[in-house]
Ligand binder design. Structure first.
Ligand SMILES: C[S@@+](CC[C@H](N)C(=O)[O-])C[C@H]1O[C@@H](n2cnc3c(N)ncnc32)[C@H](O)[C@@H]1O
Length: 226
């Protein structure tokens, strides 16, 4: 996390945190601060976005310094757009502090780049899960582009379908692929395969935590480092 994020947390009076936030990070907040979990953990239901928005607003209107704490970078599949629009619409001042998104954490930890001067000129951050829960990937040319690294979020349980969609869109099934579970943590794990084999590899590894999948020639750098 950035120094700025650390400072914000250390001076927070209320912290609304998602399930992907590690306990070590949460411990940075003052003991006296109000800490409310908004995400899913242990089979419990998450708060709805409407409830989270209302809570942020009511705490801010009580004059508290509120930190909305998320895993990774809030601007990557983090609903920062919805939350900042809500706060702006209610006249609440806010600051967005960037973080390290899962794909970047995985790249640093397992020795591969997301871009490469010769092999990967673009990065696509994509998700296989849509708002209504159905698997839907844009099967357009961008996803089949061999020069594009694909970082796939929220795709752990739909990888077989996602791989099939990508191969049907024109990606070579032999494209290097790797999946990283709990990137950035000491106990992070990864499996290396290719696009056609990555779903099976993840299944065999029994990953149950958050997983980011990287598809593209850059994944070969991690494979070389195994
Ligand atoms: C709602 S998104 C949040 C992404 C987050 N804002 C980020 O920038 O990494 C949740 C998904 O991100 C990915 N993810 C989040 N944290 C991860 C981690 N530590 N390791 C691997 N993947 C992670 C997983 O695909 C997970 O299903």
């Amino acid at each position: 996390m950035t120094v700025r994020a650390q400072q914000a947390l250390q001076t927070a009076e209320a912290v609304l945190y998602d399930a992907l936030v590690s306990p070590e990070v949460l411990e940075l907040a003052p003991e006296t601060s109000l800490k409310i979990e908004t995400g899913k953990r242990g089979g419990q239901l998450s708060m709805s976005q409407v409830e989270i928005n209302r809570l942020m607003l009511s705490l801010a209107r009580r004059g508290l310094k509120v930190v909305r704490l998320k895993g990774g970078d809030p601007s990557v599949f983090g609903r920062s757009g919805e939350e900042t629009a809500f706060l702006a619409g209610h006249g609440v001042a806010f600051e967005v502090i960037p973080g390290v998104t899962a794909a970047s954490a995985a790249a640093a930890q397992f020795g591969f780049p997301l871009t490469h001067r010769q092999q990967a000129h673009r990065v696509i951050l994509a998700t296989a899960r849509t708002q209504n829960g159905a698997v839907s990937l844009d099967s357009g040319a961008a996803l089949a582009d061999p020069q594009a690294t694909l970082a796939l979020y929220m795709g752990r349980d739909s990888l077989a379908e996602v791989s099939a969609v990508l191969i049907a869109a024109g990606r070579d099934g032999a494209t290097p692929a790797l999946a990283v579970e709990r990137a950035g943590y000491d106990h992070a794990r990864r499996v290396c395969s290719d696009l056609k084999g990555i779903a099976e590899a993840v299944h065999v590894a029994g990953f149950s935590g958050p997983v980011v999948v990287i598809v593209g020639s850059v994944a070969g750098f991690a494979q070389a480092a195994v």
